[in-house]
Ligand binder design. Sequence first.
Ligand code: SAM
Length: 184
Amino acid sequence: MLKPESYILRIGHRPERDQRVTTHVGLSSRALGASGMYLAADDQKVADSIADVAHRFGGTYFCENNVKWKSCINTFKRNGGKVVHLTMYGLRLQDVIPKIRTEEKILVVVGAEKVPGDMYELADYNVAVANQPHSEISALALFLDHLYEGAELELTFPDAELEVLPTAIGKTTVKHDEHHGDEA
Ligand code: SAM
């Protein structure tokens, strides 16, 4: 496992409009080295689609549905973790990432709609990935890449039902030790 261990807390999710983005927050963070996501909303459909990918493509990434965001943060802190809130108003990623790399485990908080004001106080680090508005998916992907300095691209995902083989042209997957060209 990469160090520091990272977990995601997704706040502000609105089931009627954020399902796709929240699913991609989960899938992107899984692919880039995070261990799991806490979803501070009741949306089992999102949790199930992330769990389905994690099951088929391997590894131990989890998605916990319907957490209370403040108690999630408080429990994480009580267990020795630090909280990183991604916000365009925060300190520059490139200035704070060396210190964050020294932590044992971190909870990375990303918003959807307007983030509650007390989030800025609860965070150990408010971090901006450029002080410009963009997206939680791009902010999280860049944050994890800077955190792990590219090592996340070398990760393997144990017990995968389906594995993609890098291919110059076309698609190659391996399923249960059988090779399937152009099937995925
Ligand atoms: N308008 C909202 C507000 O003022 O809090 C933010 C909406 S933004 C689309 C959703 C999330 O993307 C934010 O809560 C933050 O986590 C992330 N985000 C957007 N731009 C960012 C940046 N430059 N640096 C870090 N995170 C960013």
